[in-house]
Design a protein around this ligand. Structure first.
Ligand code: UD2
Length: 326
């Protein structure tokens, strides 16, 4: 799926934090396509410079940390927009290191907002997470529902949302927070047991190994393709009505884990029988976004069908994992 450039940036300066990561690097590609003058700051703790191969020399890449205000200030000067994607994204890592991760996810976020304020950046688009909803039973998730953060990660993301709103109201820095549901696509790291299920299943299918399915496999998620998440970011950067607000970014549709493996099997030829294991501790059973607010207020429309997104993702993993082999 090719997303026609939604916006023309004609040399406008934009900054992407975490731009060498899974989602950030796709955003960088789209911003370059739109003609933006793109800078990236990434400390490469989980990102990879290889993710920026297609953006190549068209961007300014700085290996640096969002805790370094001096670098952030230098990169924010003259910027119209900041897309803040940098974070410790592993929930278990934030459970293990609540303080270290809060320095990145909370103080780092505050430093990004402060750099925006000091340098007159017009708008900051922030990556938040559906993790803020926790395990409350109401479905689908709408933005006004109560939140129940169950991990340091979820608390940190929620704190970021509160700061974003505050910066909009108190300082007039326009901000938009996007609560991503289960994002999938090329460049997602499949190597940790806590990687996204789609990346793990892709690797299993290519290696013709049996996947592990926790619980009975009938639990479901709202999987959203990374290119639709990029689109949401571009809309959030431009939408008149988005300032100071929080939006769910998913599809409103769901797929069970069993259906997911069956679909991957259909087009990959993998026919391994899953190995079923007891539920993973802390897992929620069901998740689905209500995206009507983002559709109504920002014109968000996740166009990519799950089948198409999954196929494109599989093709990428096949190439990436094949090329990795000696
Ligand atoms: C996602 C986020 C997590 C947190 C949470 C908030 C990812 C990778 N994880 O967790 O960080 O924000 O949402 O709600 O984005 N599964 C298997 N086999 C596997 C791996 C997973 O059966 O090898 C199942 C798992 O038990 C779960 C489903 O697949 O039911 C999705 O797992 P996930 O880790 O991709 O995502 P999720 O929603 O649990």
């Amino acid at each position: 799926m090719i997303i026609a450039p939604l916006i023309s940036l004609s040399h406008k300066k934009v900054l992407v934090t975490g731009g060498a990561g899974f989602i950030g690097s796709h955003l960088v590609d789209a911003l370059v396509d739109a003609g933006g003058d793109v800078s990236v700051i990434d400390n490469l703790s989980t990102g990879h410079v290889e993710n920026l191969t297609s953006a190549g020399r068209k961007i300014r890449f700085v290996k640096g940390d969002i805790q370094d205000s001096e670098t952030l200030n230098a990169l924010s000067r003259g910027c119209e927009m900041i897309f803040h994607q940098a974070a410790v994204v592993s929930v278990p890592q934030t459970v293990k290191n609540p303080i270290e991760s809060s320095l990145v996810n909370e103080i780092g976020t505050l430093r990004v907002l402060e750099a925006a304020r000091l340098n007159g950046v017009k708008r900051v688009v922030m990556a938040s997470s559906c993790a803020v909803y926790g395990d409350l039973p109401e479905l689908p998730k709408t933005e006004p529902l109560p939140v129940k953060p169950l991990s340091p990660y979820a608390v940190q993301k929620l704190t970021g949302e509160y700061y974003a709103k505050l910066y909009s109201e108190l300082y007039g820095v326009q901000t938009v927070s996007l609560r991503y549901f289960n994002v999938y696509g090329a460049r997602q790291d499949p190597t940790s047991p806590y990687s996204g299920v789609i990346s793990i299943f892709m690797k299993k299918a290519i290696e013709n190994k049996r996947p592990l399915i926790y619980d009975d496999g009938n639990q479901y998620r709202d999987f959203v393709y990374v290119k639709d998440v990029v689109k949401a970011n571009l809309l959030a950067a431009l939408s008149e009505k988005a300032d100071g607000r929080v939006f769910n970014i998913g599809t409103g549709r769901t797929i069970t884990v069993n259906e997911l493996w069956a679909m991957i099997g259909r087009f990959s030829g993998a026919d391994a029988t899953p190995e079923y294991q007891p539920p993973r501790k802390g897992d929620i059973r069901e998740s689905r976004a209500d995206i009507s607010l983002a559709c109504r207020e920002m014109g968000f429309d996740p166009l990519c069908s799950f089948e198409t997104g999954l196929r494109e993702t599989f093709d990428w993993y096949r190439k990436a994992l094949f090329l990795d082999k000696p």
